[in-house]
Design a protein around this ligand. Structure first.
Ligand code: DAH
Length: 347
């Protein structure tokens, strides 16, 4: 009988590792340990044994039963883990944003060209020691106008240009110049920073006008800063963007927050100054507004104009991006058309 018990045990051991599902396991358990199972069948033969043998067999059979129960539990756990892993594997989702998305019938677009150029501009300024600041899109009248020395009567405040909120105190910023004030409020001179971002004006849209567009503001404040410093930084910037030496010229320009104020033009990089449709045959492109920071603006930012001075500039990013990537209509930028932004993957 002990021999038979040993055989049943062997049979059990060789069978259990091939069980792969919980129902099969339940069946397997019943085959060996159930009422009509193999172990019980053996036990029922015990009554023919002598008392001593009965005892010996009984305890051996019990031992085997315990071993079997433990093995069943262990194998059951293995099956559960296997099943959970299989489920996880089956439902695996690749959430990384890669070209694999095309498998789902969608397309991965590149970075938006405005984002690309903005990042490039930031890198250039970082390499020249400027900080990068941010400012709010929803701004108050003080930071967008008043602190920038823009009087209430100035046409820039006009209802037609500015998106005002109902409270008549807040607006969508019309330029990134609010970052000048926000930056000065945070910093002690000397400092230099740039702030890129979206700006909003109530404009009729056409190929070169958008109601939401992008600017980059810059400001450098310290002691004895001159127009010459300003020209140096702006020329370096443009040469880095276009990857060649770029000539610039200054024309007088009026902006309430600078005195003197200038418009800086740069040589049209498409025709090299010879004249082409993009520069309207003049060879120069209007690049940006700039000038020496008005004392009233320094004061509004908590900077003493008797001790410090500086320059500021504001440039449009959209047209620069259009020139850089040969884009012919500003309305592409906000079209949401992935086929448009997809083209810049390679750049
Ligand atoms: N804020 C001006 C605009 O939106 C651009 C500008 C001109 C910014 C001269 C400046 C500046 O900082 O000095 O048209």
């Amino acid at each position: 009988m002990l021999q038979k018990l040993e055989e049943v045990k062997k049979e059990f051991e060789s069978g259990i590792s091939s069980i792969r599902s919980l129902p099969d396991m339940a069946q397997f358990k019943a085959d060996f340990l159930g009422k009509k199972g193999k172990l019980n069948a053996l036990m029922s033969g015990m009554r023919d044994l002598a008392v001593e043998e009965k005892k010996a067999f009984g305890s051996k059979a019990n031992e085997v039963k315990q071993v079997m129960l433990a093995a069943i539990e262990e194998q059951g756990r293995k099956i559960e883990v296997e099943q959970i892993n299989a489920k996880l594997e089956k439902n695996r989702q690749d959430i990384s944003w890669t070209d694999k998305i095309t498998d789902l019938g969608q397309q991965a677009a590149g970075l938006h060209p405005i984002t690309k150029l903005t990042r490039e501009l930031e890198d250039i300024f970082l390499s020249m020691g400027f900080d990068i600041l941010d400012g709010p899109h929803i701004e108050d009248e003080y930071h967008n106008f008043e602190a920038l020395n823009i009087p209430e009567s100035h046409p820039a405040r006009d209802m037609q240009d500015t998106f005002w909120f109902k409270d008549a105190e807040h607006l969508l910023r019309t330029h990134t110049s609010n970052i000048q004030i926000r930056g000065m409020e945070q910093k002690k001179p000397p400092f230099k920073f740039v702030g890129p971002g979206k700006v909003f004006r109530c404009e009729a849209l056409d190929a070169s006008h958008e109601a939401a567009f992008h600017q980059l503001e810059g400001m450098m404040v310290g002691r004895d800063i001159s127009v010459q410093h300003m020209i140096h930084f702006l020329r370096t910037l443009l040469s880095e963007i276009f990857k060649k030496d770029i000539n610039v010229r200054l024309r007088p320009g009026f902006f309430p927050f600078v005195e003197p104020g200038f418009e800086l033009d740069y040589e049209c990089m498409l025709c090299g100054g010879k004249g082409c449709p993009v520069c309207k045959q003049v060879g120069w492109v209007e690049g940006l507004g700039c000038g020496m920071v008005h004392p009233n603006v320094l004061k509004a930012g908590g900077v003493d104009p008797n001790e410090f001075n500086g320059f500021a500039f504001g440039m449009g990013i959209d047209r620069l991006t259009m020139m850089r990537y040969h884009i012919d209509d500003v309305r592409h930028f906000h079209s949401g058309n992935l086929q448009f932004s997809e083209q810049f993957k390679a750049y």
